[in-house]
Design a protein around this ligand. Sequence first.
Ligand SMILES: C[S@@+](CC[C@H](N)C(=O)[O-])C[C@H]1O[C@@H](n2cnc3c(N)ncnc32)[C@H](O)[C@@H]1O
Length: 274
Amino acid sequence: MSAANTTTLSSSSSEPLGTSGSRDDNRYVELAAFYDNLMTSGYYDYDSFATALHQILDDGGEILDVGIGTGLLTEKLLRLARYDITGIDFSKSMIDQARLRLKGHPVTLVHADIRTYSRERPFDAAISCGGALCISNVLAPSREKGRLRLYSFCDDRQATANLAMHLHGQLRPGGRFAISIQGEHADAALPIRHGITYQQAVSFAPGKLRKTYRFLRGRRLLGEQTISLTYIEEADFLALFAEAGFSYEGVDASANYCIFRKGGSCLNRPRPGP
Ligand SMILES: C[S@@+](CC[C@H](N)C(=O)[O-])C[C@H]1O[C@@H](n2cnc3c(N)ncnc32)[C@H](O)[C@@H]1O
């Protein structure tokens, strides 16, 4: 069953609750039940994300997806080329939906924290589309000329640097890592399917974002979750990736992804124009 049809909350889940009053939990628990409905009601344009990735990755290879979620992007990507995708996610309720969606596809799904997941054979590329790492254009909608900010599910800069080094170790020499770019996190509301209204509220502290997702039918609260992310400004995250051994290739032509490459010498090369 798709998440869009699911209005019961996951309070019977063995994962800790992220409901109001409990501690923040960056795993998607309450949010998972509404995720597909939200994302396919205009929150993300997966066609555009998949087409851009296809341009970046070419026609094949073994891809590591760093926070695959419910597999919405993977489904689109596999229509474009024969990728061999390994999707990691630490939210059981999300990856369970990915298993249903991607049944019969050549995809390996692993319920794990990417910070500890590793495979001996290196991957050709890694992607994070709004996953464990994502990038916002603080000046959106002028994405090409915007100022970028890295958001990380990790606790702080050091943990994010550790993750970058870990991912570097999972790639073959020359392998690319593409991180999606979206608009900056802000307060917003959006009607989604099944008569549900989505609301998000954000609060910033230096280097930190708390983001609360709420789903309502009329005035009735159906589900709520707050996550806490670390953010790192552009110059600093470029330095962080360089320290991890990546060279920066810039923003792709569609302005959907920042692209890093394992090794190479094009450190902080200017981004190509639109
Ligand atoms: C906004 S969702 C994006 C999902 C998917 N990439 C998409 O495009 O729909 C972020 C996902 O990253 C996962 N995630 C965040 N940090 C993670 C980590 N350290 N290890 C594994 N998964 C992680 C979350 O559980 C969540 O499913």
